[in-house]
Design a protein around this ligand. Structure first.
Ligand SMILES: [Zn+2]
Length: 385
């Protein structure tokens, strides 16, 4: 069946006035995108543009342009301390001190990196980070709710916010929310379909990379060139988005970094593979804190997972992903966070739009609290200071 792909994909129309982005369309037979979304639910690229355009306290930089011609923004807050960097991270560790890469002590600001969704259908992270920018700028989220503790913590940090890590994927997703939408629909637009309309699903969506060839709907996992930044080639990145994200971490040496994702089940902190066990223990401790924080607010949480050691698993099953790469390029305490979509399915966790925003902002607050209370200092060895 030959379907009009143009109707399914976001197309670029050149008008007399300049480029106009057309919104992605839902295919016949799929549930309509939820209407009447709350005003604080700012999940589109237009919302990102508006928020970034209103930044006054921070600075905004376009760190990459996607294959579809869309900007990847980084918003920065707080002064950047001199890192006295004389080596890249892995060479510094080989010289027995990460301080040769970045000096961190009581006089330097901790750095936090919030990486927005690299999977375009995982819109909840965009909502969270647009609201985080608003809190950082004004003290309140887009509900008008004040976050005084979060704001005072933010003010002590150097904060790096990438509201959308894959704007091409986001533009191709016709759903601005999946609350009340079947998980299957989320999967269809997130991971994409073959030409015959069958869903790639998992693990099919990862078995072709870059995703090219037998493609009906190109999933929002991918940029317009078919690259899923979570599984790029990190030693030879295919996507400029990936390269820019890694460069940002390399240049800023974040103490803590999150890659924001979503799935149908309960929110949870996930470990990256192939990072040192001491770092995995820290991530487990953060996971416990986030779970506690959510329980106090009546929010769901998955399970706290103990650190795993990859070498003990038979055969290749664990993989080095973007989160692992963020650690190895910067030494950051890097982890993946999965939010709930609020979609409908057998394994799905029901959450409201309000709860999703709380899940996001409480996570950010716990990250900053943890990084302040449990900060790692990187000092040059005494004999060489
Ligand atoms: Zn994801």
């Amino acid at each position: 069946m030959v379907r009009s792909l143009a109707a399914l994909l976001t197309a670029i129309a050149l008008s007399v006035a300049g480029a106009v982005w057309l919104r992605a369309q839902v295919a016949d037979g799929d549930p309509p995108p939820p209407g009447n979304l709350p005003g604080f639910w700012r999940s589109t690229l237009e919302h990102v543009d508006a928020e970034v355009g209103a930044v006054r306290v921070g600075t905004v930089e376009t760190i990459a342009t996607s294959p579809g011609g869309r900007p990847v923004y980084a918003v920065r807050y707080g002064e950047r301390d001199e890192l006295h960097s004389q080596a890249n991270y892995n060479s510094a560790v080989a010289a027995q001190s990460p301080a040769w890469y970045a000096r961190k002590d009581e006089t330097t600001r901790p750095v936090a990196l919030f990486l927005g969704p690299v999977h375009g259908q995982e819109v909840e992270g965009v909502v969270g980070l647009v609201n985080l920018i608003h809190v950082t700028e004004t003290g309140t989220d887009h509900r008008g709710r004040a976050w005084p503790e979060l704001k005072s913590r933010l003010d002590r940090f150097r904060v790096l916010i990438v509201p959308s890590g894959n704007p091409d994927g986001r533009a191709r997703c016709p759903y601005d929310s999946f609350v009340g939408v079947p998980t299957r629909t989320m999967t269809k637009y997130g991971q994409g379909t073959r030409r015959d309309g069958s869903l790639y699903g998992w693990p099919g969506a990862k078995a072709v990379h870059p995703m090219k060839g037998d493609v009906g709907i190109l999933g929002a996992y991918f940029n317009d060139a078919g690259v899923n930044p979570m599984h790029d080639d990190f030693f030879l990145p295919m996507a400029d988005e990936t390269r820019a994200i890694l460069r940002l971490a390399r240049d800023e040496a974040p103490d803590i970094a999150v890659s924001l994702h979503s799935h149908e089940s309960a929110p949870v902190v996930l470990q990256a593979s192939y990072v040192p066990v001491f770092m995995k223990k820290r991530i487990r401790d953060l996971s416990r804190r986030v779970k506690q924080r959510y329980e106090q607010k009546g929010l769901p949480y998955g399970s706290v997972v103990d650190p795993q050691v990859e070498d003990k698993t038979p055969g290749p099953s664990r993989y080095f992903n973007l989160t692992s790469a963020l650690h190895h390029v910067s030494g950051a305490m890097a982890f993946t966070f999965e939010c709930s979509h609020g979609s409908v399915g057998e394994e799905a966790t029901a959450v409201t739009h309000d709860q999703i925003l709380d899940v996001q902002l409480l996570l950010y607050d716990e990250m900053l609290r943890y990084a302040l209370e449990e900060r790692l200092y990187w000092r040059v060895p005494d004999s060489e200071g």
